[in-house]
Design a protein around this ligand. Sequence first.
Ligand SMILES: *[C@@H]1O[C@H](CO)[C@@H](O)[C@H](O)[C@H]1NC(C)=O
Ligand SMILES: *[C@@H]1O[C@H](CO)[C@@H](O)[C@H](O)[C@H]1NC(C)=O
Ligand SMILES: *[C@@H]1O[C@H](CO)[C@@H](O)[C@H](O)[C@H]1NC(C)=O
Ligand SMILES: *[C@@H]1O[C@H](CO)[C@@H](O)[C@H](O)[C@H]1NC(C)=O
Length: 428
Amino acid sequence: MDALHLTLLFLCSLSLVHSLGPNCEETSQGSTLRVYHVSSPCSPFRPKTSLSWEESVLQMQADDKTRLVYLTSLIAGRSFVPIGSGRQIIQSPTYIVKANIGTPAQSLLMALDTSTDMALVPCAGCVGCSSTTFNSAKSVSFLSFACGTDQCKQVQSSSCLGTSCSLNMTYGASSIVANLARDNLTLATDSIFGYSFGCIQKTTGGSFPPQGVLGLGRGPSSFVSQSTTLYKSTFSYCLPSFKSSNFSGTLRLGPNGQPLNIQYTPLLVNPKRTSLYYVNLIGIKVGSTTVNIPPSALAFNPNTGGGTIIDSGTVFTRLVTEAYTAVRDEFRRRMGKAVVSSLGGFDTCYTVPILLTKVPTMTFMFPGLNMSLTQDNFLIHSTFGSTTCLAMSASPNLNVIANMQQQNHRVLFDIPNSRLGISREVCS
Ligand SMILES: *[C@@H]1O[C@H](CO)[C@@H](O)[C@H](O)[C@H]1NC(C)=O
Ligand SMILES: *[C@@H]1O[C@H](CO)[C@@H](O)[C@H](O)[C@H]1NC(C)=O
Ligand SMILES: *[C@@H]1O[C@H](CO)[C@@H](O)[C@H](O)[C@H]1NC(C)=O
Ligand SMILES: *[C@@H]1O[C@H](CO)[C@@H](O)[C@H](O)[C@H]1NC(C)=O
């Protein structure tokens, strides 16, 4: 690397902000914390470069594609790392919360990820991590697990690296080497003593969130499983729209304060992929028409991993090709004669101003629950309104209800009762 590149690298690391922006620090109330979008004015990870609208959409699509490959590799039990492009801009996962780790507490802005179990924290000395790390030497409650301990043996993909319990993992397009460790974790007001996590020593690939990941999946090493006594495996969130200037939503932990008037659908368990939240999508309505979708495109199949998951880290909803085509065709039919163009992976875009009153409603149907979407959940518009796209695309074998579709809904994960609740709630 030449001197110019080194200087640039140095200047870039200096410009990294380490915590939430001014006026963004809100004290948590009870067990409710603020959730920020990564491009929120409060977020230090907001891209500094001014990408054009098209460029930022294409970038989010590219990151989504990487995540879809990651989610499907989880399902098939294969372990492979897609080639990373080396970009450092973080779009996936998209929402962050403030977490405190250690004694005295050190703050990190960790990404929420409902499809990952183990929390992953960049630790001091990590090769390839951002400049904000957790310094375990400064925490009196920190403990690193030795290899051969029961805790180490219980974690998949653990091995011995010298005397410490080492984990090799992939995350999106990144590969990670971490030590299994534990320390107190505090979200909102309550502390979980001795929380197990991966203390990252090395990462390559560039799709890893700079201040770590908080895994909210269903599996044994997730936040949900490690905080059962405190929060009874129950949480909900309301994700703010990334369009709104009032960018913060909430993550509410535990059964207290959850909505009482909410429709539920059963959560399904895939024994081969215990971290993912599967639901049974049974149909989709565009306007008043229930679209004709072959049942195989929606069917839950634990062997192939097929079916539908709800995920906080994918941005744009994905439907298995036959389902996507049927929904898209009905959508286009309702939009009338307007000429359709494409933008990256979106094939239903309109470059003339469209009549928003013509846009049909959309409803995702589950047993016991209809999720009604507003236009903001499935349409994206360029800054000057000259291009509008249906923000969904086709997927080979997995339907993903992504975060754009979830925005401004309360999504309640009630694991003891094995059910998912969704209700409309404007949180931004
Ligand atoms: C961390 O956990 C230890 C027990 O392991 C406890 O004594 C200590 O008070 C905790 N620190 C914080 C900040 O909660
Ligand atoms: C984990 O990764 C390290 C460094 O990339 C490598 O040396 C080691 O062999 C890997 N261990 C396992 C069990 O794959
Ligand atoms: C943001 O939302 C909160 C709660 O709805 C509201 O009280 C506040 O005035 C809003 N702020 C702005 C700048 O819109
Ligand atoms: C969802 O909508 C369908 C079609 O309109 C209706 O038949 C069904 O009863 C609704 N389900 C719930 C739980 O409201």
